[in-house]
Design a protein around this ligand. Structure first.
Ligand code: PPE
Length: 304
């Protein structure tokens, strides 16, 4: 589905028209993937539009930038305010927000240090990531033949534009093979995550998810779901998972800003099941929270 255009984009400190937010074809990041980005959601809550865990996302943007030695010429505070400003001028109640910091036009070649760092923040309405139906009845996933990037290849904890080439190959493979999404294994063969989602399984009432050292991106939705699950009284264990754990799980689901909580009903040749009780409960609670309906988690919502 094409991007649903909005009015303005914040670019290098200014609000400009959507159509004017352009870059040169010799922009460093276009050639070498030298950018870092975030994906954030703003929800329509009972108290008006609010951004979900804004500060954590912007802090992760800076952490990704640090790993790639990209000096963002703004503060966390300034970019948090810019996110809210761009949502306000576009009059959006609910949207997806994409901040990006990248090496711009200047020199070519692999030493990027003399190129300017540009920062942009766009926002637009973006519905369900893996389909309306996917959120309700679950999706079909395939274990990818591509491995997830490893700690000594590219830091998996950074949200670097270039490393998404790995995610894209896995995604395309899964689509061409007739599935909705991929699941990548880490360099040791343990379950890592989806191309743009973290993964959880449920077995005998206990929730499991791969640990940080399984080359995952430390998802903010993952962190939220772990907190919510524990608050609901479930046991959550972060440990290495094998594909056998996945195939024999009672429930499996993805989490992510774009994917939110998406159940997985089939993996490869194995039928896991319709979205289960725990997945449903977590999904339901997550959506209540994003509507601002649960007092305890209002701290996660930053009013626009
Ligand atoms: N792993 C990866 C590789 C990833 O890209 C994401 C987010 C996650 C896990 C979940 O992280 P979090 O959003 O903090 O819960 N993927 C973003 C980009 C998706 C895209 O297609 O673009 C997102 O969900 O915004």
């Amino acid at each position: 589905m094409p991007i649903q255009e909005t009015e303005k984009i914040w670019m290098n400190g200014k609000l400009i028209d959507w159509k004017e937010a352009k870059i040169h074809v010799l922009t460093h990041a276009l050639h070498y993937g030298s950018g870092v980005f975030e994906g954030i959601r703003c929800y329509k809550t009972i108290d008006g539009p609010a951004v979900f865990r804004l500060r954590e996302h912007i802090e992760r943007l800076f952490a990704s930038a640090k790993l790639h030695l990209i000096d963002i010429p703004y503060t966390v505070e300034e970019l948090c305010n810019a996110v809210k400003e761009v949502i306000r001028v576009n009059n959006l109640e609910e949207c997806y927000i994409r901040p990006i910091a990248f090496r711009g036009y200047g020199e070519m070649g692999l030493n990027p240090l003399n190129n300017p760092v540009e920062v942009a923040i766009a926002c637009w309405p973006w519905g369900t990531y893996l389909g309306e139906e996917g959120v309700k009845i679950g999706i079909r996933a395939k274990i990818s033949s591509f491995q997830r990037i490893a700690p000594n290849i590219l830091p998996p904890t950074a949200k670097n534009t270039g490393q998404y080439a790995n995610s894209i190959l896995a995604k395309i493979e899964s689509l061409k093979c007739g599935y909705d999404e991929a699941i990548l294994l880490d360099y040791r063969g343990f379950i890592s995550e989806g191309p743009g989602e973290n993964i959880f399984i449920v077995k005998d009432g206990i929730i499991y998810t791969p640990p940080e050292h399984a080359s995952i991106l430390k998802g903010i939705t993952r962190d939220s779901i772990i907190t919510i699950a524990k608050d609901l009284g479930y046991k959550v264990i972060e440990k290495e998972l094998t594909r056998a754990d996945l195939y024999t799980a009672d429930e499996v689901f993805f989490t992510g800003t774009a994917a939110e909580v998406t159940p997985i009903r089939e993996i490869d040749a194995y039928f896991i099941g319709e979205p289960g009780e725990i997945t449903r409960k977590l999904q339901e609670t997550f959506f209540e929270i994003t509507k601002g309906k649960i007092e305890k988690y209002k701290k996660w919502l930053d009013k626009v």
